[in-house]
Ligand binder design. Structure first.
Ligand code: SF4
Length: 322
C-alpha cells in the first residue's frame, strides 16, 4: 500500500491566557507526538471521546490550523512549511466535510452558487466546465438538477449534508477529512450518508480520514481504525484485527460502552471510571492511568510508546511490551 500522508511527531499546544495582559498560564496539550500514516484509497476511522484531539488532528493534516511542530508529508513534501500560495494545489486535493450541515451552507446562497464557489476560489471560470461538473456531482449525490435553484433551508439535514459533501468533492480531491459527518443527523438518515460516502470513495478513488465517536459507524465504514486519547494515538490496526483482537484497555472500554440489546456479559464490562482529564493538566506517565483498571506503578511515572505488537497493529501500553 502506498502512503498518501505521513504524519510525523505532530504536536499542538494552545496557550491558555488570563488577566488583562493575557499572560500565558498554561497550555492545552491537544496533540502529542502523533505519528500516523494514511494509505491511498483507504478509509481510516479515527475514534475517541470528545476532547481527545480527533478534530485537531484532522485540521492539522489539512493545514487549516498550524500545529506547534511536526511534519505532514503529502506527495513527498511537508505541507506545514508551505505558504498560502504554495498550498493552493494542495487545497484542491484535500478537503473537509463538516459535522453540521445546518451551519456549513450559506443560507443566502442558492445551491448552484454554493457548488460554484470552489471553482471561483480556484480560478476556474469556464461556465460550460463548471455547469457540467455541477450536474455530474448532483447526480452522484443522488439528487436532481432542480435543487440548484433552491436555498439550503428548503432541504432536510440529510439532503443538506449531501450538498455539503458535493461541495467538498466537486474539484475531484484525492483526500477528504469527514469530521463527524453524520452526528448531527437523525439515526435513520445516518446510514444513507455513510453509504453515500462509501460509494463516492469507490467511485472517485478517494482516501478518507473518517472521524467519529461512534464505534458502530467506524466499524461499518473503515478499513483501519485508530484510537485517540488525550491527544495521543493509543491503538491502530486493520478493522478486522481491531474489532476481533483489540488490546489497549481504552479500546476495550470504548467497545464495552457500545450499548447492546442483550447484555448477558454486563459484569465483565470494562467501563472506565471518571471523565477524561483536562488537556491542560494531562496526567504524568501513561495518560490513561487515572482511569485504567490495569494500572501498574510504572504507568504513573513512564510514558508507554506506540509499539507494533503484530503486523500493522500498534498499541501504546506497558501490558504489551515484549
Ligand atoms: Fe493502563 Fe498502564 Fe497500559 Fe496505561 S500503560 S493503558 S495505565 S496498563
Amino acid at each position: 500500500m502506498n502512503k498518501l500522508f505521513e504524519v510525523k511527531n505532530l504536536n499542538m499546544l494552545y496557550p491558555v491566557t488570563d488577566g488583562l495582559f493575557g499572560n500565558i498560564r498554561g497550555y492545552v496539550y491537544a496533540l502529542n507526538n502523533v505519528d500516523i500514516d494514511i494509505y491511498e484509497n483507504e478509509i481510516l476511522g479515527l475514534v475517541g471521546e470528545s476532547g481527545s484531539g480527533k478534530s485537531t488532528l484532522g485540521n492539522c493534516i489539512l493545514k487549516l490550523i498550524n500545529p506547534t511542530n511536526g511534519e505532514v508529508i503529502f506527495e513527498g513534501e511537508n505541507i506545514l512549511i508551505k505558504n498560502k500560495k504554495e498550498l493552493k494545489p494542495f487545497r484542491k486535493k484535500a478537503q473537509l466535510i463538516f459535522q453540521n450541515p445546518y451551519m456549513s451552507l450559506n443560507p443566502r446562497m442558492k445551491i448552484y452558487d454554493i457548488l460554484k464557489e470552489p471553482f471561483i476560489v480556484n480560478g476556474i471560470k469556464d461556465k460550460t466546465e463548471i455547469d457540467s461538473k455541477i450536474k455530474r456531482i448532483v447526480n452522484l449525490i443522488g439528487m436532481q438538477d432542480e435543487i440548484l435553484n433552491r436555498y439550503p433551508h428548503e432541504f432536510s439535514g440529510g439532503q443538506r449534508q449531501r450538498i455539503a459533501i458535493a461541495r467538498a468533492i466537486i474539484l475531484n480531491p484525492q483526500f477528504v477529512v469527514a469530521d463527524e459527518p453524520v452526528s448531527a443527523l437523525d439515526v435513520s438518515i445516518q446510514a444513507q450518508i455513510v453509504n453515500l460516502l462509501i460509494e463516492l470513495k469507490d467511485h472517485l478513488n478517494l482516501t478518507m480520514l473518517f472521524i467519529s465517536h461512534d464505534l458502530s459507524i467506524i466499524k461499518y465504514i473503515s478499513d483501519r481504525v485508530a484510537v485517540m486519547y488525550l491527544g495521543e494515538i493509543v491503538e491502530i490496526a486493520e478493522k478486522e484485527e481491531f474489532f476481533n483482537n483489540h488490546k489497549h484497555p481504552y479500546s476495550q472500554a470504548l467497545l464495552d460502552a457500545v450499548p447492546v440489546i442483550s447484555d448477558d456479559k454486563k459484569a465483565d464490562r470494562n467501563i472506565l471510571s471518571g471523565d477524561i482529564p483536562s488537556p491542560t493538566k494531562p496526567p504524568k506517565g501513561c495518560k490513561i492511568h487515572t482511569r485504567c483498571p490495569y494500572v501498574m506503578p510504572k504507568c504513573k511515572e513512564q510514558k508507554p510508546e506506540l509499539k507494533e505488537i503484530s503486523p500493522n497493529h500498534k498499541v501504546r501500553c506497558f501490558l504489551f511490551d515484549k
